[in-house]
Design a protein around this ligand. Sequence first.
Ligand code: HEC
Length: 124
Amino acid sequence: MITRYALIAAMVLSGGAAWAENHESETEVDAPQVAELTAEDVDMDAAGKIFQRSCRACHGNKAQGAASYPKLSDKEPQYLADMLARYRDGERIGPNSILMIQNAKDLSDEDIANLSVYIATAFD
Ligand code: HEC
């Protein structure tokens, strides 16, 4: 229980402002290249299913974010893909990265490409 309370306290303390800026990568990450992709190029249905099952609970129905869960819907696809690949690699970026490392570790390159385009376009 102690660790659980500590985690909740950390998340409350670190909310909002810390995520106002983009967390551009200082090192190259092996992320799928999605900058040129549109909704027609990816599997939006597959991404939607993953989003509903594994992302929505924290990031919100429309990826709008809440408290210490960052908003995703206003980000560029390549930014989202880079971040997901970095979390998949186990990189710690913000104070609550452990939550994302858990959620990204089983994503394939295809999942990341699908999710990145989906999140950036489906909620406009
Ligand atoms: C248990 C809650 C939780 C779940 C589930 C979750 N996330 Fe996150 N996500 C977070 C938190 C907290 C952060 C900030 C992490 C940090 O401090 O580094 C984050 C950060 C991110 C970022 C970086 C945002 C930015 O502005 O840099 C992306 C992209 C992201 N999540 C996508 C996803 C996707 C896609 C899924 C589903 C596969 C998902 N998340 C599932 C809590 C969650």
